[in-house]
Design a protein around this ligand. Structure first.
Ligand code: UTP
Length: 291
């Protein structure tokens, strides 16, 4: 019988070097886009996709994330006493989002190694992986689209987008052919992590969204360090290809690389402009600037 995707894994133990010094003591997943940490956007996307269990793989800064998703009795008591009902609701709703468990990656040995740390908590069922610094702005959540595609294909699904030129060298890259049944699906033949410019098999990049079958854990246990000397999730999925079908999936939406300073700035402006409360005055202010 087809299994439902109930669990979402959030690898959040990387060093976030592209965002130093902000990420020296704070995980980049806790950087705030307008007024919400990146990881909360991701958790909300997973919950909207039907996931009920969230597994966060942490390294440093564990307490900030745990505190964020936990109740905050002092804050709540203070807001209640002051009659600040709307703010109280915001503070409380974060802790009610989902069941969240934490597991630790003792050393940042790579994304594949981070996902492997969730093996026991995931068990023998398909699961989602969300890299919280990839923010996808879409009508229907990116993960919801991907889980629907997983339910149809019953095979691992990798979020994918076309990246122009040599920028592909910063991504996992798919060697793939379009699927005859669904134009959004790309049948994966092979894949390569961070191809050298000019050697990429296509311009189809893997983004920070995956729905994976549990067999990936077996594969991740056998891989050796790859690109950048890290244990790469891409190499685990490549090994999975010898046993199962894997598809790339062209999602509807706009992705922002919020783990990068420029990407983060662009996402901040776009998200702020879309807000009912902040958008109009922010737009006015932007228009009035001499730049
Ligand atoms: P990135 O390569 O984007 O994150 O990894 P990073 O290494 O933290 O960032 P930079 O490049 O140094 O700025 C993608 C995701 O995988 C997680 C990161 O937290 C991020 O969400 N990750 C990466 C781990 O959890 N463990 C690792 O060993 C590596």
């Amino acid at each position: 019988m087809a299994m439902k995707v109930r669990k979402a894994v959030f690898p959040a133990a990387g060093m976030g070097t592209r965002f130093l010094p902000a990420t020296k003591a704070t995980p980049k997943e806790m950087l705030s886009l307008v007024d919400k940490p990146l990881i909360q956007y991701g958790v909300e996307e997973a919950v909207a996709a039907g996931c009920t269990e969230i597994i966060i793989v942490t390294g440093r800064g564990k307490t900030t994330m745990e505190d964020h998703f936990d109740r905050s009795p002092e804050l709540e008591a203070s807001l209640e006493a002051k009659g600040k009902k709307a703010l109280l609701e915001i503070a409380r709703s974060v802790s009610k989002l989902a069941k969240i468990t934490y597991t630790r990656q003792s050393e940042p040995l790579g994304l594949g190694h981070a996902v492997l740390q969730a093996k026991e908590l995931v068990g023998n069922e398909p699961f989602a992986v969300i890299l919280a610094d990839d923010i996808v702005d879409s009508k229907q959540g990116c993960m919801k689209q991907m889980i629907e595609a997983f339910n149809d294909a019953q095979a691992s699904i990798l979020g994918s987008e076309v990246v122009v030129g040599d920028a592909i060298s910063a991504y996992g890259c798919l060697d793939c052919t379009p699927d005859a049944r669904d134009p959004r699906l790309l049948a994966v033949r092979d894949m390569v992590e961070k191809p050298k410019p000019g050697t990429q098999p296509s311009q189809n990049a893997i983004i920070g969204r995956y729905v994976l079958t549990p067999r990936i854990f077996e594969m991740l246990e056998t891989i050796t360090p790859g690109a950048g000397g890290e244990l790469q999730l891409t190499d685990g999925i490549k090994a999975l290809l010898a046993h199962e079908k894997v598809f790339g999936f062209t999602y509807e939406g706009t992705r922002h690389d919020a783990g990068d300073k420029l990407g983060f700035l662009k996402a901040t402006v776009e998200f702020a402009l879309k807000r009912d409360d902040l958008g109009p005055p922010f737009r006015e202010w932007l228009k009035a600037q001499p730049f």
